[in-house]
Design a protein around this ligand. Structure first.
Ligand code: KG4
Ligand code: ZN
Length: 352
């Protein structure tokens, strides 16, 4: 079964074709990141306008890359939440129109579940992707670390899951983005921090780990601690404006702060994953979401876990259409209810 997946929940316009929830035939994506970088974060109105322009070219590119036309497509999958309202609308309206005009079934996807199902993609003729040689087994512990979510979810089976814990404030990716801004590093912050951190000493500064519920997270205190640390390093008080910090901090100070922050954020995640793995004894851990691209996190988890760690290719960790086409494939395979193309509505605050 070949599913065409559409993902437009944030700033990306992504379309892909995946066969049987695991074989990736195409993965087309357009970002409007350059424009957002000027503002230090995604501007919803700009994102939606770019998506309106890019959705048709991305559909065409995904079909061409998969060497197929509409007659080969068996169904459509689309992200209907969570995400930015205007952005979700572009994808959902496109998917509904296609389902009606091409007489194809439509399945509605939860963005966060999509990140987890990126781990089920196991092969592709496309160059430049690598896949885990392990197949996910249940029970599985899913660790979702993205710009909008930080969650630990126990999957007893497909679509049978229990939320163990989540962030009480900022998501971890959001903390990476905010700390990057404090240090004057480009958006998105995750890759920028990771790059600069390679030049720094991760033990130079001891930063706090939040004390919250057993499997919950909190990253806003860590971000504030970085702000205070940066002010302290240049000998200023907490009243010193954060936008003036980058010009006063030396490159060495930035690198040490970035490395210490990354180390603390990653250790916080690893501590909780290890605790949950000890209690629930999953057959594997599925790492997912944009922050799953972080090498420090991938290596750290691999080192401490007793069960297999499955991680998507870094290009499939951040938002993409293939994860939605894969999730959609499983939803069709397991005969989950189809969406009505005349009624499907977006749900910007959808949770897992
Ligand atoms: O999953 P995603 O593409 O979008 C959401 O659904 O939120 O995640 C984006 C987040 C951003 O906050 C970005 O800074 C972070 O993932 N990210 C990383 C890395 N690559 C992307 N964080 C840490 N290390 C990375 N290498
Ligand atoms: Zn995402």
């Amino acid at each position: 079964m070949k599913i065409l997946g559409i993902e437009t929940s944030c700033d990306e316009t992504a379309v892909a074709v995946v066969e049987d929830g695991q074989h990736m035939l195409s993965n087309s994506i357009a970002f409007s990141m350059d424009v957002h970088a000027k503002y230090g974060g995604v501007v919803p109105e700009i994102a939606a306008r770019a998506q309106l322009e890019m959705i048709v070219p991305m559909l065409e590119a995904a079909l061409e890359q998969a060497s197929c036309d509409w007659s080969y497509i068996d169904g459509i999958a689309v992200t209907y939440g969570a995400g930015l309202g205007g952005s979700l609308l572009i994808g959902v309206m496109t998917a509904k129109t296609l389902a009606i005009s091409k007489h194809l079934p439509l399945t509605a996807c939860n963005h966060v579940l999509g990140h987890i199902y990126a781990n089920f993609i196991s092969s592709s003729p496309l160059p430049g992707y690598s896949f885990s040689d392990q197949t996910p087994q249940f029970p599985a512990l899913a660790v979702i670390m993205s710009g909008g979510h930080s969650q630990l979810v126990l999957f007893k089976d497909h679509f049978n899951y229990q939320l163990l814990g989540q962030t009480k404030d900022d998501a971890v990716g959001e903390a990476f983005d905010k700390v990057a801004k404090i240090l004057g590093l480009p958006y998105p912050g995750g890759p920028s921090i990771a790059k600069v951190a390679t030049q720094g000493d991760k033990y130079r500064f001891k930063l706090p780990k939040a004390k919250v519920g057993k499997y919950d997270f909190s990253f806003s205190g860590l971000k504030t601690a970085v702000l205070r640390l940066a002010q302290e390093q240049i000998g200023e008080s907490y009243e010193f404006p954060s936008y003036r910090l980058p010009e006063r901090l030396s490159e060495a100070q930035k690198a040490d702060i970035a490395a210490s922050f990354q180390h603390t954020a990653v250790e916080t995640i690893i501590d909780k994953v290890v605790l949950a793995a000890q209690e629930y004894r999953p057959k594997c851990v599925l790492l997912a979401g944009g922050v799953a691209a972080n090498q420090h996190l991938r290596d750290g988890l691999k080192h401490v876990l007793r069960c297999p760690l499955i991680v998507p290719d870094p290009k499939l960790c951040t938002d993409n259409g293939a994860m939605i086409a894969a999730l959609g494939g499983w939803q069709y395979k397991l005969k989950l209810a189809l969406a009505d193309p005349y009624r499907l509505a977006i749900e910007p605050n959808l949770s897992i």
